[in-house]
Design a protein around this ligand. Sequence first.
Ligand code: GAF
Length: 395
Amino acid sequence: MSLITEIPSVVELVKQAKAAFAECFPGNEATIVACAPGRVNLIGEHTDYNEGFVFPMALPQVTVMAGCRNEDASSIVVQTMATAADKPTCVNFHSPTADTPLTPGKPLWANYVKGVVQCFKIAPVPGFKAVLLSSVPIGGGVSSSASLEVAVYTFLEVLTGSSAPDLNSKALSCQEAEHKFPGMPCGIMDQFISVMGKEGHALLIDCRSMESTLIPLTDINVAVLITNSNVRHELTGSEYPERRQSCFKAAEIMKKKSLREATLQDLTAFEAEMDKTTFWRARHVIGEIKRTLDAANALKIGNYQLFGKLMVESHNSLRDDYEVSCQELDELVEYALECPGVYGSRMTGGGFGGCAVTLLDASKVEETVLHIKSKYSGTATFYVAQPSSGAQVLK
Ligand code: GAF
């Protein structure tokens, strides 16, 4: 049996979602189907809310929303299940109006749906019924939340017949939903790549201008291995907002609009005016923004050695200066780097658990996975991911 977990195709997941819909809502047919992917960030971590660069790719794992209009024009019913075999969990709420807006509450997962419905400004949202099914690992640091938000938004576009004026504003509305409902003050990376991902490409995103550049990643000799530590990543706690605040404080001390504007020389000049932690946080971000640009250039010319070296520097900086790694992620990176044919490895996403991403020679995947598995103190899950498409409407 392969040690690499197979990722169900979008077509298969859609089939399952439609069947689940027919079972949850007998006599109804899912006439609207939308999906949006999770992401793996190759490099550029905790730079998005500092107006820096990020370099993610969309994953083949997606969240699917399948449903139709409700005969009751103001009632929204959504069922979700972890896998098609599970008993669904149901949430029921009303279409928002100016006088009766939706508010966050329990169950927590429903906040992602309600948030997007409330932040959908381009048309009134009528009643609907739908099921949600996802192949994106939940809490794995590969953006299950953004994939859910963007799938819901894309579903609402079809339901209302109104499309976002542009893709940036679609990503921004989903980010607003995440800020206001689950209460997670995330940057823009996850929603942006879930909206804009392209097959065979990673996307260099400038989070200041919101411009992005597609960079091909189609070399069949190179693989992207994602290793889930299966240590739960929970970003709604205080750590993520605290990191943001430290960055804003460092920028303010240096009299810069954001850390994007600062150089390492600026930081050294102001070192005496900052506490040590603020200094370390800023040193990570300023270094990471430069590494991200260098890495995108390296990938463009197929310099995987350099790309890998920058990944390792990124990991070390996240571990030592930004302090968002954990023992399990450090182990996964260390064991990956012991293997021949591995260019580089790092933790990916917000941190405190979740996944590591490794760039390696495609012919060395099996032996690398065997090696990591034999040494890792926990139980890891392995995926080999092709850069995939952003949100889609399906039949
Ligand atoms: C999380 C956030 F949602 C992103 O915006 C980003 O800040 C990331 O952590 C860290 O790079 O995924």
